[in-house]
Ligand binder design. Structure first.
Ligand code: ZN
Ligand code: ZN
Ligand code: ZN
Ligand code: ZN
Ligand code: ZN
Ligand code: ZN
Ligand code: ZN
Length: 1762
């Protein structure tokens, strides 16, 4: 204590002068006597100075200051040298043994089902990838945060506890070497420093004074500088907080949002700085504003700025400590020791416990850092983990209570650390032995639950708070963790403490036994359904804990017996009320039972009986151990009282029966739900199953007749079996019948269900196998469905995989759906119709399935029970139920009722059960007879059943009754079963009469034969009747359905079936036309053009079902269609898009095809009028609907009335105008019209127009002429002399539709408001024609399909309509406008013609130019007076020359952009083929052509590229263009293409294309042919500076063929993707909170989805990162993969999207959305391909619309913020 004064004295000195460098400061510290005081002084001086600007801190500066003036000196002081050097040394001195990585929320963790001790043992991504478990049956999960990696913990793994990076040392180095590189001095320094550090951290963290600092830190005059600090809580929503802040602080929304985000993340934040009074005022304001919005005020404090500063620094110091400790185990140990040291003479707990106890009061950010501190110290050192655990258990009660009253999530509570300690087997054992942790936990439970205890000391959860009770579950969970690994060695102390734990646990169960009792409501329905969920939820939580307790007990006979005794005592204690109630007597067939006069239908009953069920569980385990004989040593016979034990479970089963019989209708839904869970897989093991076992115990220990009398009495059925009564009330009869059925079922279960180890001689495997068999008898099921129907053990395992392949075979899934397991045939024999885990529906489904199957196999329909396994000795007496008098009486009574025509007191179901019981009895006797000599078998079912029931005249035995039943016609369905039983009687009889064996067999077999004959006869007759009935039914059904179906639906069927045969229909159509035109040329262009093939088209309107022929003068018919922007072909993904197309000039398409406009159709035809009516009706009805956002009516969207795909317009259907060329004209013209002349004519025409316009208006078309060409022989009218015809006249209706469709293309393609007069409308028409063709061509190529043979019907019809529409569109426009566009287009390919802004050759798509010029060209024939168009022959030349010119331009494009990379060429020239090809004509032409071209480009194009290479590149490059052109001309002109284009694309395709398009196969010949005309063109193109510029920017060049887009490559193993996502950091925010990384499957970008940080504003609306990305990446349409959830989402526009199955499947062929199951997932190529096609077929919008149509009610996800 003396030093303290000295320290005080020095304080003055410190403040005057301080060493400047860290090193000097450290050595100065060294000279001080008391480090702690010096250290505090130092902090007191510096911390407030560094953390002064809380509101707007300069974080970098802060960090730098802290490092320079505090951390680095501390490190110098610690190491005595430059810390960088020391730390570097330490880094290499050896790895840790434990990974200990702390998981952030949302991070993926891995567990191994083969090797993990329990499922809480997990690995981080890195360790997993480097571990052996990667190839095991691993599971993936998403962490909720707070856990840590168990790599290196040998207790957590059965094998492979280390990953490669945490493996302890390579061979040769010992552990010691690895661990201790620290020298004594450093250790001594650490001992000095660490206690001060941790003390400061703890003291500042738990500091409660708002205005004062601890005296040691208060070294200066206090200033009036405060903060108003707001804390996070769970009562207030984001919006509430923002609202309150805005009001109270009068600040901007953005500022309030900033504060709120920070508060949510960190847990607290200063929202205002200032003098105390001001902050106090702000505090009150915030409180009162928040109180207005919700009941609780926000938590606000006013803190002095220095308090705030020190608290902030304390956390930073914690992080520093973390870093230092990561370097050495010694550091960690020293730190832990400091934390555990109790201050001498102080009442306070040690430092670490003080932190623990303070945890619930801390805010989020602080907790996180402190938990990390614990992880990186205590949890990394096994020994200290134990000390920590002991401290934890010491304060367990308090910690849990604090947690329960806290409102923070469990993941950030100190109590969540329990899993890290309790699941470690050695630690758990230690805690039980030393601290009796089981009792501690159960007592905690008892202490936190009393508010739910009623006056009988039973729980009652009425009006419970879900949140609070949810917190209590955490305590129950701890119990599970403690029990999760069974001890292998039992010490005396462990046994004692465990038994202590059981006693304590039984206290809880006592409060549950009989809780929430109910009484049947008669008369009035209950007013409110009582809360039942809480009790059932606790039951679910307890299920595995109860099982584990039983398993622990079963470890050792002695323990089990003591536990049994305790449990038995507890049951008896809970049954006192029963023992004292009044008695009644039941009598039947001479047997009497005296019992309590309890009635389920009148008295109180509860379904919660955990103690009775635990006792049943212990009994079974006793039987399994073979120790039942010792039971009386612990529970004397006279105390055992089996009828008391049976009583409550029996009541429960009766309650279930009465609920089924609808006797409890008035008690509402809550009871029905409870009964459901009672038998559900989540609860049944510790509810229903155990009740059946308890009855089996009863049946094996009680007199069978007495037992049955008790059952009859409790089921309230004793009267029903008393023949004297007769009931008339139908409802009552129904009720009785149901009760009898229920009772018979339970009796079947008692004697038949032996599949529990300990009840019957079965193994656990056999039990699981039987469950699976029965599930698969219902239907084939996917893996997940089977797993869901099997109970999980404490390790979440079902044991499914171990046995499934023994009983079932796996059927792989196709492109959709999932893989399923099918039952093996040999397992069918194990089917038991009365399997006790079947629900009612499962039972009838399974029965139906199995009968159907037997019928198909031509077998009889009897479904007798399979022979059950043998009972264990302890249960063997239960079979006596079968042959006791009362049972016989029951069976006989049922059969008698059934043969009595006047009786209603029986049902077919009841009979079936009676048959089942008969069969069980006979099987039992048969089995016994086969095993032992006849005289020893006392089980005499046969004998009893053959005995007459009474001595009356008409007395009959059971066999006689069965014969009678066979004759009853209504029991047709049971005949086979009755026959089976009668045969069984025979078999048993013969076994009994072994002595006269020979006689018996012969007569027996004869009788069987006779039986069979009559049997067959009967069968035939039955079949005939059944067939007649079936036909009659069918007729009626047909009549009914005819009445019901409406028109559309009838026709939908028709349409569906036709679309399936689409391929066929196409070929049929073509075949029909082929013979007629086979003589003609299959050439589309030029003078040799073949004829158009047209046919009369009569279409049916899907709306009115009327037929109409398509004619230009008729009213229009239309195709439903959808226009969309598309980036499917882009060569430049993500190119910035103009969000509004107001200023875009769409005449030329860029060569990268970045954004196109695609027009698709579903191919359904309507009258224009019908469609308009339909659309109006939809509009009208949508005004009344709530869900209008399904489609956007404003922009013309609707669903196709037939196929429901999303459409936004219609395409008018216009017939093709047939054209034929007469041969005489052709000859003449061929001489005259050369390319040169044609060009001159065209130019003359254009000039003429130009001059004409120039007279009146200003010249709009700037045309420049080369002098030489302006030949006067060609004048304005020359063009007309080659042949003209009058223009086509369309009906007004068609014109109207043309205009409508054209406007839609314009509106959607450019994202502008509709404007019918906009000059860009024709451009957009041409553009969508070209782009749609290119997209379809690309798709066909992608799928390897032929150009014409494989088009879908909808594509075919769509293209046809689109091209004919485009022809008509020109006519509905101003011709001057079209001319204007045409001249601009022509300026690309005509010599001597130039217009403004002619783009450079390399940056236009020439196919678009081709489509535009061909469609616009007829406008040159227009004259003011007459409406003319070129004649067939004229247009054939126009097409030919336009096509040839543009093709040559495209060739140049291809050659200029050829990849001349040398290495690429070398790889080619190595081929011997290259030499040969070099000699070819094409190669030579190519070389010489390029030599020519290179002259113009001044060397920009490298010479010396081999000719063959040029030719190959050209041929490959030009094919897509040629294919597109062939499609275009075919749909424009209707000329039949050559055969080769219908079959598979192979060698023949190229030459067929050339021939169809009138091209030489050596394309260079084009240049030779037109050389004189083309040369100036070449020159002009090549010398264009823009082109040369383009060539220099190699990266941006588009090469041909263009690359085909596909979805990005995905890794085969899904965990790789998760790995990738784990490295993802949001680009906008620095924190590492849970993010939703989403992968764009178009471009591979990873985005930060559903997060405010990455939202963008588009047109004034907030959109999420994905939606924003989609705008550029996919023009609004996109496919994303949500990585952490393994879900694919399709999005479109701002507000639409849908989920789509991910292409990843587990080994069972199932997807795993949300990674709920966590099985390893692998990429399914087929499914990914399917997704790719959805994109390339432009079907994303369709998929979205379809899924919205089906799910519209289910969820309203806000897609906009994705
Ligand atoms: Zn790890
Ligand atoms: Zn590791
Ligand atoms: Zn493993
Ligand atoms: Zn119609
Ligand atoms: Zn349709
Ligand atoms: Zn993208
Ligand atoms: Zn972000």
């Amino acid at each position: 204590m003396a030093e303290e004064e000295a320290g005080d004295a020095e304080r003055m000195e410190v403040s005057t002068e301080l060493p400047q460098t860290p090193q000097r400061l450290a050595s100065w510290w060294d000279q001080q006597i008391d480090f702690h005081t010096t250290f505090l002084n130092h902090l007191a001086r510096l911390v407030p100075e560094i953390y002064f600007a809380e509101m707007e801190p300069d974080l970098e500066k802060q960090e730098e200051n802290i490092k320079m003036s505090i951390f680095t000196p501390l490190e110098w002081y610690l190491f005595g040298e430059d810390p960088d050097i020391s730390l570097e040394k330490l880094k290499h001195s050896g790895a840790f043994q434990l990974c200990g990585k702390v998981f952030k929320s949302g991070e993926t963790t891995y567990s191994c089902r083969d090797c993990a001790i329990d499922p809480t043992c997990v690995l981080c991504m890195d360790c997993f990838q480097n571990s052996v478990h990667k190839n095991h049956r691993y599971k993936m999960h998403t962490s909720t945060g707070g856990g840590f990696c168990d790599c290196g913990d040998t207790e957590a793994w059965k094998t492979g506890p280390f990953c490669i990076s945490h493996e302890p040392g390579r061979a040769g180095t010992t552990k010691e070497n690895l661990r201790c590189p620290l020298n004594e001095e450093v250790i001594a320094q650490a001992r000095k420093i660490f206690p001060s550090v941790i003390k400061y951290i703890v003291e500042m963290t738990v500091w409660e004074e708002e205005k004062e600092l601890p005296p040691q830190l208060q070294i200066r005059e206090k200033n009036d500088s405060y903060y108003c600090v707001l804390f996070n809580d769970e009562h207030h929503s984001y919006d509430h907080v923002i609202y309150s802040l805005q009001r109270a602080l009068d600040c901007e929304l953005a500022e309030a949002q900033l504060h709120t985000t920070a508060i949510d993340k960190e847990g607290r934040r200063a929202v205002k700085a200032g003098a105390f009074a001001a902050c106090q005022e702000a505090k009150e304001d915030i409180k009162s504003h928040s109180e207005n919005v919700s009941q609780h005020p926000l938590h606000v404090e006013v803190l002095h700025s220095e308090v705030m500063a020190h608290q902030k620094f304390a956390l930073r110091l914690g992080s520093w400590m973390n870093k230092i400790m990561s370097y050495s185990s010694d550091f960690r140990q020293i730190f832990c020791q400091a934390c555990l040291r109790e201050e001498p003479g102080s009442e306070n707990p040690c430092l670490i416990s003080r932190l623990m106890l303070w945890d619930a009061k801390l805010y989020k950010g602080a907790r996180k850092i402190l938990h990390e501190l614990i992880f990186s110290s205590f949890f990394m050192e096994m020994e200290y983990k134990k000390f920590f655990a002991m401290e934890f258990v010491k304060y367990y009660k308090q910690l849990q209570k604090d947690y329960i009253s806290d409102d923070h999530d469990r993941s950030i509570s100190i109590t969540a650390l329990s899993v890290q300690m309790f699941t470690v087997p050695t630690l758990a054992r230690h805690l039980i032995e030393e601290q009796n942790v089981i009792s501690v936990i159960t007592e905690t439970l008892l202490e936190v639950l009393p508010e739910y205890l009623d006056r009988n000391n039973k729980f009652n959860f009425q009006g419970y708070s879900q949140d609070k009770l949810g917190r209590v579950y955490a305590v129950i969970c701890d119990l599970k963790y403690i029990l999760i690994s069974k001890p292998t060695v039992w010490t005396e102390r462990l046994r004692m403490q465990f038994l202590e734990g059981i006693r304590s646990f039984l206290k809880i169960l006592t409060c549950m036994q009989g809780m929430e009792e109910i009484r049947r409501q008669v008369g009035q329905h209950i007013e409110v359904d009582p809360d039942w969920e809480a009790a059932i939820a606790i039951q679910m939580q307890l299920k595995n804990i109860l099982l584990m307790f039983q398993e622990w007990c079963a470890c050792d006979e002695e323990l089990l017996l003591v536990a049994y005794k305790e449990c038995h005592k507890a049951v008896m204690r809970c049954s006192t009320s029963f023992k004292s109630s009044s008695k009644t007597v039941v009598q039947l067939c001479g047997h009497t039972l005296e019992t309590k006069s309890y009635r389920v239908s009148e008295d109180l009953v509860s379904i919660h009986l955990p103690i009775s069920r635990t006792l049943a569980g212990l009994h079974v385990r006793l039987s399994r151990l073979g120790a039942i004989s010792r039971l009386h040593e612990f529970v004397p016979f006279e105390d055992f009282q089996v009828e008391v034990l049976v009583e409550y479970p029996l009541r429960c089963l009766v309650l279930v029966a009465q609920v089924v019989a609808e006797m409890w209708r008035r008690n509402g839904l809550s009871l029905i739900s409870q009964v459901f869970y009672y038998q559900d897989v989540k609860c049944r093991e510790e509810m229903y199953d155990k009740d059946i076992i308890m009855l089996q115990i009863g049946a094996s220990l009680m007199d069978p007749n007495k037992f049955l009398l008790l059952v009859l009495q409790r089921y309230e059925l004793a009267d029903a079996f008393n023949k004297t009564i007769s009931i008339k009330d139908q409802d009552l009869i129904k009720q009785y019948n149901t009760l009898i059925e229920e009772m018979l079922q339970v009796l079947i279960y008692i004697v038949g269900e032996r599949y529990v180890p300990g009840v019957g001689n079965v193994t656990k495997e056999e039990v699981t196998m039987r469950e699976i068999i029965h599930l698969l008898c219902i239907e084939p099921m996917p893996h997940s469905a089977i797993a869901k129907n099997l109970p999980e053990n404490e390790n979440n395992e079902t044991g499914l995989e171990n046995v499934i392949n023994k009983v079932a075979t796996f059927k792989k899934p196709g492109v959709s759906g999932h893989g399923v397991y099918e039952l093996k045939d040999e397992s069918l024999k194990d089917f038991n119709m009365y399997f006790y885990h079947y629900s009612k529906t499962q039972h009838s489904k399974a029965e139906h399935m199995q009968k159907k199957r037997r019928k198909q196999e031509n077998k009889d329909e009897a479904l007798p029970p399979p022979p059950p396994p043998e009972f264990c000795p302890a249960f063997s007496k239960a079979v006596n139920l079968l042959n006791c008098d009362i049972m016989m009486y029951i069976l006989r009574t049922i059969f008698e009722q059934a043969v009595d025509p006047d009786s209603n007191l029986w049902t077919e179901g009841m009979l079936q059960m009676a048959f089942h019981i008969l069969a069980l009895g006979l099987l039992e006797e048969k089995q016994q007879l086969q095993k032992s000599p006849e005289e020893e078998v006392t089980f005499d079912f046969y004998h009893k059943a053959s005995r007459l029931g009474s001595s009356a005249m008409n007395a009959q035995n059971i066999q006689m009754l069965l014969e009678k039943l066979k004759g009853i016609p209504q029991l047709e369905g049971q005949k086979d079963m009755i026959t089976w039983i009668l045969q069984m009687f025979d078999t048993v009889k013969r076994l009994r009469e072994k002595s006269c064996l020979i006689v018996a067999t012969t007569s027996g077999s004869e009788s069987i034969k006779n039986d069979e004959i009559t049997h067959d006869k009967e069968k035939a007759e039955r079949k005939r009747k059944a067939e007649a009935a079936r036909l009659h039914r069918q007729k009626i059904m047909a009549q009914m359905s005819a009445l019901q179906k409406n028109f559309i639906e009838t026709h939908k069927l028709m349409y569906d079936s036709t679309s399936e045969m689409s391929g066929k229909e196409d070929s049929i159509m073509e075949e029909e036309s082929t013979p007629a035109v086979s003589d003609y040329c299959k050439i589309a262009l030029g003078p040799k053009r073949g004829p158009s093939v047209t046919e009369k088209e009569v279409l049916t309107c899907i709306l009115c079902q009327e037929e109409q022929e398509v004619k230009i003068e008729n009213n229009a018919m239309v195709l439903s269609a959808c226009v969309q922007k598309s980036t499917a072909l882009t060569q430049h993904r993500g190119k910035p898009i103009e969000l509004s197309g107001e200023t875009v000039d769409p005449l030329f398409m860029d060569s990268d095809l970045a954004y196109g406009t695609y027009t698709g159709s579903c191919g359904h035809v309507m009258h224009a009028v019908c469609w308009q009516k339909y659309f109006e009706a939809v509009q009208l009805s949508s005004q009344q609907r709530i869900h209008v956002d399904l489609f956007d009516l404003e922009s013309g969207e609707y669903l196709c009335p037939l196929c429901k795909s999303l459409c936004n317009t219609v395409i008018p259907i216009i017939p093709l105008q047939p054209q034929r060329i007469s041969s005489e004209n052709t000859e003449a013209l061929a001489q005259l019209l050369t390319l040169a002349r044609w060009i001159q004519t065209v130019l003359a025409r254009i000039t003429g127009y130009n001059m004409k316009h120039a007279k009146g208006e200003k010249p709009t078309i700037p045309v420049l002429f080369d002098q030489g060409m302006g030949d006067s022989t060609f004048e304005f009218h020359s063009i007309l002399s080659f042949g003209v015809q009058s223009s086509i006249k369309y009906s007004n209706s068609i014109k109207e539709m043309v205009l409508l469709f054209a406007t839609t293309i314009y509106r959607i393609g450019l994202k502008v408001p509709p404007d019918e007069m906009d000059p860009r409308i024709p451009m957009m028409t041409w553009s969508t024609c070209a782009f749609t063709i290119q997209a379809i061509e690309n798709l066909l190529g992608d799928e390897g399909k032929p150009l014409f043979g494989a088009l879908q019907n909808r594509q075919h019809n769509g293209l046809k309509a689109l091209m004919q529409f485009a022809i008509a569109q020109r006519i509905t426009c101003s011709q001057v406008l079209i001319q204007k566009h045409l001249i601009r287009l022509l300026s690309v390919v005509l010599p001597n013609l130039k217009s403004e802004a002619t783009p450079c050759l390399l940056s236009v798509d020439l196919f678009h130019v081709l489509v535009g010029t061909v469609l616009a060209f007829p406008s040159l024939y227009w004259d003011d007076a007459v409406d003319l168009q070129p004649s067939s022959i004229s247009s054939s030349y126009n097409h030919l020359y336009l096509f040839h010119l543009i093709t040559m331009a495209h060739m140049l494009q291809i050659l200029l952009t050829t990849d001349t990379d040398l290495s690429f060429r070398i790889s080619f020239s190595g081929l011997p083929l290259a030499q040969i090809q070099e000699e070819s004509e094409e190669a030579r032409s190519a070389s010489s052509f390029l030599a020519e071209v290179s002259q113009y480009t001044s060397g920009c194009i490298g010479c010396g590229i081999p000719g063959w290479y040029l030719w190959v590149s050209l041929k490959n490059g030009i094919i897509p263009y040629l294919r597109s052109a062939a499609l275009f001309f075919h749909y424009l002109l209707g000329v039949t293409p050559p055969e080769e284009l219908f079959t598979n694309p192979a060698e023949g395709e190229y030459s067929a294309l050339c021939s169809y398009l009138s091209l030489p196969t050596n394309l260079f010949l084009l240049f030779q042919k037109y050389w004189d005309t083309v040369r100036p063109l070449l020159q002009r193109w090549c010398t264009d500076p823009a082109l040369l510029n383009c060539l220099k920017q190699k990266s941006a060049i588009v090469r041909y063929p263009r690359k085909r887009n596909s979805l990005i490559e995905l890794p085969d193993d899904y965990s790789c993707l998760l790995n990738q996502a784990s490295h993802f950091r949001c680009p906008r925010s620095a924190d590492d909170e849970r993010k939703h990384p989403v992968l764009c499957l178009f471009c591979g970008a990873i985005l930060c989805s559903q997060n405010i940080c990455c939202q963008e504003i588009v047109n004034g609306e907030e959109v999420g990162a994905c939606i924003f990305h989609a705008l550029h990446c996919g023009a609004g349409v996109c496919i994303f993969l949500k990585i952490r959830e393994c879900r694919v989402v399709l999005v479109e526009g701002k507000a639409r999207g849908c989920a789509y199955p991910a292409p990843y499947l587990d080994e069972y062929g199932e997807t795993d959305p949300g990674l709920k199951r966590g099985n390893p997932l692998h990429l399914s190529r087929e499914r990914y391909r399917k997704l790719h096609l959805v994109w390339q077929q432009h079907c994303i919008i369709e998929e979205i619309a379809r899924s919205q149509e089906t799910n519209q009610m289910l969820f309203g996800f806000n897609w906009q913020l994705l």
